[in-house]
Design a protein around this ligand. Structure first.
Ligand SMILES: C[S@@+](CC[C@H](N)C(=O)[O-])C[C@H]1O[C@@H](n2cnc3c(N)ncnc32)[C@H](O)[C@@H]1O
Length: 243
């Protein structure tokens, strides 16, 4: 009884996601698909020679699931089927297609380069990659949780009523923590795959992408929050290299 009145109150406060943007069977299918991918990648680790590939698939499935889950839990008014970020632009899809191709080609022609246990060199890079993926994912998810209603996957060009300047928690030591987390996560996936070419490619593409995105986003944040954003910008760094 108490539960149902709470739910009614939430509905009245418009806290629940708009069902028209969250078609239930689509959300169920996507979550199921990501869960299957995660389960297969995890379950087949002991049987496959190229374990870095399993770790890569695990990190991809978890990343896309968490994008929707954290938005749904901490920013439910903004969640929609696109929040999985599976349609994250042609560049994102191409980057991962090229990464998989590099992995497969190098795995075929130079299998020693791809086997985690073939040398100390491979082990060190795989471990650094896994740590980067985990830390990057944690920072990204923490940023989404901390920013709450002020977070949106699309950059806002008009200030919404519930948009406040976030300067606490992870935002007090990184100015764009979700981008920093994504940057670390993405480079970590390429280190885990032991992919030298796409690692360098990701460094260049991500740097260009975030430079453009941050300067556009900050123009609007200055517009929304004026002097408060100027002060914040002066005191907290981005920490993405060369930005
Ligand atoms: C994809 S989120 C990225 C947020 C932030 N750049 C980050 O990396 O954590 C983009 C939205 O967050 C908002 N935003 C960015 N920094 C913010 C801050 N410190 N406080 C409130 N909103 C912020 C922007 O206005 C934009 O609409």
């Amino acid at each position: 009884m108490e539960n149902s009145s709470k739910i009614r109150q939430h509905c009245m406060n418009d806290i629940y996601p708009d069902i028209r943007d969250n078609v239930p069977h689509e959300i169920a299918e996507t979550s199921f698909g990501l869960g299957i991918l995660f389960g297969v990648a995890l379950g087949s680790i002991p049987f496959l020679q190229f374990k870095p590939f399993n770790l890569y698939i695990l990190s991809l499935a978890l990343f896309h699931f968490l994008e929707y889950y954290i938005t749904a839990k901490y920013n439910p008014k903004k969640v929609n089927s696109q929040s999985f970020l599976l349609n994250n632009g042609i560049e994102y899809t191409m980057a991962h297609v090229v990464a998989v191709l590099e992995f497969l080609l190098e795995g075929y022609f130079c299998p020693k380069l791809k086997a985690y246990n073939s040398s100390k060199f491979c082990q060190v890079f795989t471990v650094i990659g896994i740590i980067s993926v985990v830390v990057g994912q944690l920072i990204r998810s923490l940023a989404m949780y901390t920013a709450g209603k002020s977070f949106s996957h699309n950059i806002k060009i008009k200030k919404e009523k519930d948009h406040t300047l976030v300067t606490h928690g992870v935002y007090s030591w990184l100015r764009h923590p979700s981008y920093f987390g994504f940057y670390l996560w993405a480079l970590g996936t390429q280190l885990t795959l032991l992919n030298p070419i796409t690692f360098i490619g990701f460094c260049i593409v991500l740097h260009q992408f975030f430079s453009r995105r941050i300067s556009f986003e900050e123009r609007h944040l200055l517009d929304f929050f004026g002097q408060d954003y100027v002060k914040y910008k002066q005191s907290v760094k981005i920490w993405i290299p060369f930005m």
